[in-house]
Design a protein around this ligand. Structure first.
Ligand SMILES: [Fe+2]
Length: 137
């Protein structure tokens, strides 16, 4: 039985980014909850929903960083691109193989590990910069 504990995220102390992260983790939790009892088509819809949410999240973050000319912008955006690639790959694998365990592992471990590391290494420093910039404005 594929059971999954609800996921959490660390605050960046910037509301606009935390809201994006909350939306994404809420969606992921919902997806993980229904995953074992969903049919192939429903799972495909959920993957698409997740992909759209991730794209929205990255685009919004990118716009926030661009506005304040955030340092490390290029590397941060590259990290987003890599993750989008990984999601597309997971989607393709699902479409070709319909391997529930593989998909579950991707979401439960790979994606969540990326999320935690990314927040720590990229989003928290970016949020700090944006906050200081806004305070100085
Ligand atoms: Fe980010």
């Amino acid at each position: 039985m594929l059971s999954s504990k609800p996921k959490h995220y660390s605050s960046t102390h910037l509301e606009v980014i935390d809201d994006l992260h909350r939306e994404e983790i809420d969606l992921l939790n919902e997806f993980m909850k229904v995953l074992p009892n969903s049919d192939d088509e429903q799972i495909e819809d959920w993957i698409q929903r997740l992909e759209r949410q991730v794209l929205h999240h990255f685009n919004e973050e990118k716009a926030c960083m661009k506005r304040v000319m955030c340092p490390n912008f290029k590397k941060h955006v590259e990290a987003h691109s890599e993750t989008l690639k990984a999601i597309k790959e997971a989607k393709k694998n699902w479409e070709e193989e319909r391997d529930l365990l593989q998909l579950w592992n991707f979401l439960e471990y790979d994606y969540m590990a990326w999320f935690e590391h990314h927040v720590r290494d990229f989003d928290i420093p970016a949020a700090e910069f944006i906050r200081r910039y806004e305070e100085a404005e």
